[in-house]
Structures are given as structure tokens and as C-alpha cells.
Design a protein around this ligand. Structure first.
Ligand SMILES: N[C@@H](CCC(=O)N[C@@H](CS)C(=O)NCC(=O)O)C(=O)O
Length: 205
């Protein structure tokens, strides 16, 4: 059975859980990272020298980097589902996987500041900058979703997973945010996917 290391409230761990759920793959999730620690131990660092979550173990194979894990699961198990066989179509979808790293960096101060930092210790300027930058990126995704139903193209696929995980954070932070109708419609369709509802669209923490 697959072993997925990482706390369930991490947007990067959620990508991997979501992919496994979409593909109907059985897995065991082991809490690690944040308050659970573990990521600093030599045993964990041997799996991921960055000391971050997630890590996937599939038999003798150990992988870190969430988007790599999503691609691996989709390539191995997702024919006709998450995986996109045509290289050009897949590359167009994968743009939104790699692009999402920028979102991960942009939203971090708002996420950590608003959800995991007591009010008196928050840095309002950093939070405001983070919200402004994430709003700019959300507008880019909104414009893309005005031209196609899914970030992956005509069908849901690997390209929707990374930003799909972060979009749940963005759209549920207790903040004012610009209205992005195409993004909102895409998010509503993601919420109707049982796998997304189960492991991604959980209360933020
Ligand atoms: N590029 C890495 C980033 C992983 C990452 O930033 N993970 C965060 C959680 S979202 C982490 O491990 N933080 C430290 C911790 O949870 O202890 C990936 O996509 O897997």
C-alpha cells in the first residue's frame, strides 16, 4: 500500500491525497511536519533532505516534491483519468502545475499569518502584500479558466490539482478578495468531486 507522509492540513500534502483519492488508490497517511515534527529526524531526512512534507513511499520507491508525486501517480495509475497522454496537451496542463509554485510562495504569509499566528504577533504589512500578490495570481488563473473549463484543458486532469489545492485556501481565508467568476465556477465544480470534498475542502488550519 502507498504510504503518504504529511499532516492533513498542508496544501502540498492535500495534492497527493487528492490524486490518490481520484485514482481510488489505497494509502496510509502518516502525520509529519508542523506540530507533529518527525521531518527533522535523520530517517525522515533520508526520504526528503528538505525536511518537508509530503513524501510518498511506493514499495522501494521514495519520492518528495508534491507535483512530482502527483505526476507519478497519474502516469502510473491515471490512464484515461488524471493523466494526459498527448504530450502537447499534457504540457499545456502542466504549465499550471509548475506555475502553482509561485502561488505557494505568494499565499504563505497570509496563510501562516491569519491561520497560525496569534493576532498580536501578526505582520499586517506582510499579510497585505501576500493577499495582493495572490489576488494578482488568482486573476491569471481566472483569465485562463475563461478560455477552457479546466486548467488541464477540456477535461479535469493533473493540471488542476496543485492550484486546486491552493485555491481552497485562497477562497476560504477570512479576507476580502476580488470576485473572479471563472475561478469561482471552477472551484464549485471541484467541490462536487468527492475526492476533493474529502481531502482538500476541509476547514483551514
Ligand atoms: N516544493 C515542495 C514544498 C513542500 C512544502 O513547502 N511543505 C510544507 C507544508 S505545505 C512543509 O513541509 N512545511 C514544514 C512542516 O510542515 O513542518 C513540495 O511541493 O512538496
Amino acid at each position: 500500500m502507498l504510504k503518504i507522509w504529511g499532516r492533513a492540513n498542508s496544501a502540498n500534502v492535500k495534492k497527493v491525497l487528492w490524486a490518490a483519492e481520484e485514482l481510488g488508490l489505497p494509502y496510509e497517511r502518516i502525520d509529519a511536519g508542523g506540530a507533529f515534527g518527525i521531518v527533522g529526524t535523520p530517517e525522515y531526512r533520508a526520504m526528503n533532505p528538505m525536511g518537508q512534507v509530503p513524501v510518498l513511499q511506493d514499495g522501494d520507491l521514495t519520492l518528495f516534491e508534491s507535483n512530482v508525486i502527483v505526476r507519478y501517480l497519474a502516469a502510473r495509475h491515471g490512464a484515461g483519468a488524471l493523466w494526459i497522454a498527448e504530450p502537447a496537451d499534457r504540457a499545456l496542463a502542466e504549465i499550471w502545475m509548475d506555475w502553482n509554485h509561485v502561488v505557494g510562495g505568494a499565499i504563505r504569509d497570509a496563510l501562516v499569518g491569519l491561520l497560525r499566528t496569534p493576532p498580536e504577533k501578526r505582520d499586517p504589512a506582510a499579510i497585505a502584500r501576500s493577499i495582493g500578490e495572490t489576488a494578482r495570481l488568482a486573476a491569471i488563473a481566472d483569465a485562463a479558466l475563461a478560455t477552457r473549463p479546466w486548467l488541464s484543458g477540456a477535461h479535469f486532469g493533473v493540471g488542476d490539482i496543485p492550484f486546486g489545492s491552493y485555491a481552497h485556501v485562497w477562497l476560504n481565508l477570512p479576507i476580502e478578495r476580488p470576485d473572479h467568476p471563472h475561478l469561482a465556477d471552477w472551484y464549485a465544480r471541484l467541490l462536487r468531486r468527492p475526492a476533493y470534498a474529502k481531502v482538500v475542502a476541509t476547514p483551514l488550519s
